[in-house]
Design a protein around this ligand. Structure first.
Ligand code: ZN
Length: 322
């Protein structure tokens, strides 16, 4: 390797000199641009007189809330250009230990997803989930605060699943506000990024129109994912009852994914998959998840977004409640 480099250096120097003579345009900096393209070191520059070609770190275009907190998903740089697009997003609930393996799969494809967590239940071991499903060995174990603080979800979209995962349908305004906003505050304290959304705990039977109105008028949650599959690729009808396309355990998930890839976007489309990490264990869906993320990230015409990134793209067009 070193020998090759030694042999190549004089050749590169000669080539560079020729290029410099042939290509110099007044005001241009061929050393910088040509060097970048080929990966060669610019021999004309020494570290001391090197011009500044690496741009200084620039501030990401975060939106902030009234407390100055950076808002999740607002720094994506994604914008819409007026032509219909196909979007893909996925979320997992509860903040449990299987999420680490999910993120390992995501990292293979440079993909990011959304995780809804309960900061009032750190370390909770819900053995009843496995018992209910007839497999007591099935794990439903939430991360502790110390574990989460090591950065398990770094780079991912972390959002609220309420503080304690209660049924909210009979909760008072104060209780609903506390469950949602305290969770959002806690997530901000841990991650430094303020969640803009949540997933309703317990599914669509555990909250009411009144709960949604409380969330809309009194909390920081701008969207709330629901649980009834639409089996469609439509945009959400309302932010606070954001119904997904299907679940990760749906037996036809990859067929649905294929049909999404085949479709032409005549209007904006969203393919939204949701689930729980423990379901990947119980239903043996790890390969399916891997395949799904591979398909979506490799498709040229699919824009992969987190839930929060998607929210900002369509924030003004979809009502909070319908
Ligand atoms: Zn849950």
């Amino acid at each position: 390797m070193r020998k090759t480099a030694l042999l190549l250096t004089p050749i590169l120097l000669i080539l560079f000199a020729l290029l410099l003579g042939a290509c110099t345009v007044p005001g241009s900096d061929p050393g910088a641009t040509e060097g970048k393209k080929t990966g060669a070191v610019d021999p004309g520059e020494t570290p001391t007189d090197a011009p500044e070609i690496t741009p200084a770190p620039t501030e990401l275009p975060w939106k902030v809330d009234e407390k100055g907190r950076r808002l999740a998903g607002s720094d994506s740089g994604l914008t819409r250009d007026g032509t219909p697009k196909k979007y893909f997003t996925i979320s997992f609930d509860d903040g449990i230990t299987q999420d680490r393996r999910i993120i390992e799969i995501y990292n293979k494809y440079n993909f990011r997803g959304t995780f809804f967590i309960n900061t009032g239940l750190f370390g909770a071991n819900w053995t009843w989930v496995g018992q209910t499903l007839g497999d007591p060995s099935l794990s439903h174990l939430r991360w502790t605060k110390a574990e989460i603080s090591t950065g398990i979800y770094d780079g991912q979209d972390v959002a609220s699943h309420t503080l304690n995962h209660p049924s909210l349908k009979n909760y008072t305004k104060t209780q609903v506000m506390n469950e949602i906003d305290k969770d959002i505050d806690n997530i901000y304290e841990i991650t430094g990024i303020c969640p803009v959304g949540m997933a309703w705990p317990g599914g669509d039977t555990e909250y009411t129109k009144t709960t949604m109105e409380i969330a809309r008028d009194n909390t920081s949650a701008k969207f709330a994912r629901a649980t009834t599959s639409t089996n469609r690729f439509n945009l959400p009808k309302s932010w606070l009852k954001w119904q997904p396309t299907c679940g990760i355990t749906d037996s036809s998930l990859l067929k649905i994914a294929e049909s999404f890839l085949k479709k032409e976007a005549e209007s904006d489309m969203l393919f939204y998959v949701w689930g729980h990490g423990y379901e990947l264990d119980f239903y043996n869906k790890w390969d399916t998840l891997d395949q799904l993320i591979k398909m979506m990230t490799e498709a040229d015409d699919v824009i992969c977004v987190t839930n929060s990134e998607f929210y900002w793209l369509f924030a003004d067009e979809i009502p909070p409640i319908k």
